[in-house]
Design a protein around this ligand. Structure first.
Ligand SMILES: [Zn+2]
Length: 326
């Protein structure tokens, strides 16, 4: 009996000790960190670049999940309700956001629309075509607004500014810290943009053959490149028609391209088909919507992704660093 009592006292001692230990320094530091939730990978990565150790940033998309068809789970909604800052890309990218925000009870939640101040556009693939085969009507082009604003480094700068505003609204004490990080990161985005300009000025070709959906519209439009795809939509779930496939194959022949680009996290069946049928080499053009589990574990950033995209585009566009404009 005495032994049992001693054991019991000992156990109670452990519980008491562990209880006492709970709210020590480590936890206080955790509490002070700004809790931020970001819907897609790019805005998540931008937020980490600005907030660094003063923020605890969570990516809403689970690893490897395709971004366009994602809908938040009840757990996600509870997490957003408990956060300090919630960042979404736009109503076009996350159509579920309006309904979600009306159900949020956390009155202190700072909500950031990353697309604020960005003029979103509707792109028409035909615009850059040679207009020879004009029998198609515009009714076939029901695409809507292009949500992929983050793939253009200059638009990414506006997104970064919007995120920064959100962070200081929630935590003005760290304004100087956030600002310093923001300014440094914007320099990196400008550097990326400079690399794209260099890529275009020293490349022989102007055409991109894609087996994926239309992700780089803003950048391609700004750099005056032509984009050929069988997908006449921004949605990665669309299926190309035989007529669209035929058109794409004709474009490939005309352009004389040896490379076909595919996108991340989506089965590249069209690119594979073209690779098998026409012997084209497949190259990744990463849209930075989300990362695979392996990529997340490696700690790959938006900056890494865009640098790799530039390297892959150098092949397809026949870049020559000794070219001085043509
Ligand atoms: Zn997309």
């Amino acid at each position: 009996m005495k032994k049992l009592l001693l054991t019991l006292l000992f156990l109670l001692g452990i519980i008491a000790c562990s209880k006492k230990q709970e709210p020590v320094v480590e936890n206080k530091a955790e509490i002070q960190k700004l809790k931020v939730i970001s819907t897609i990978f790019s805005t998540y990565d931008f937020t980490k670049e600005i907030g660094k150790e003063k923020t605890d940033v969570k990516l809403l998309l689970p690893p490897g999940v395709e971004a366009h068809s994602y809908e938040p789970t009840p757990r996600d909604i509870a997490d957003i309700n408990n956060a300090d800052v919630f960042i979404y890309t736009s109503k076009e990218m996350e159509p579920w956001v309006e309904k979600l925000l009306s159900s949020i009870s956390n009155k202190n939640l700072i909500i950031v629309d990353a697309s604020k101040g960005i003029e979103m556009k509707e792109f028409d693939f035909e615009e850059h075509d040679d207009h020879e085969n004009k029998e198609e009507t515009h009714d076939e082009h029901t695409r809507g607004v292009d949500p992929h604003i983050w793939t253009d480094p200059l638009m990414a700068i506006t997104i970064v500014e919007n995120i920064y505003e959100g962070l200081i609204s929630a935590n003005v004490e760290n304004k100087d810290y956030f600002e310093k990080n923001k300014v440094a990161y914007i320099e990196k985005l400008k550097e990326l943009d400079g690399k794209f300009t260099d890529l275009i000025s020293k490349s022989k070709k102007r055409e991109i053959i894609s087996g994926g959906h239309f992700v780089f519209g803003y950048l391609i439009n700004r750099l005056e490149l032509t984009y050929h795809s069988a997908y006449e939509s921004f949605s990665p779930n669309a299926e190309p028609t035989p007529k669209q496939m035929q058109k794409l194959k004709e474009a490939i022949k005309e352009v004389g391209s040896k490379y076909v680009y595919f996108e991340e996290l989506i089965d590249p069946k069209l690119a594979k088909l073209l690779s098998q049928e026409l012997g084209m080499e497949m190259l990744l053009l990463h849209g930075a919507h989300n990362l695979s589990k392996e990529e997340l574990e490696k700690g790959i950033s938006y900056y890494d992704i865009m640098n790799q995209n530039i390297e892959n585009l150098k092949l397809g566009l026949e870049y020559n660093e000794n070219n001085n404009g043509n």
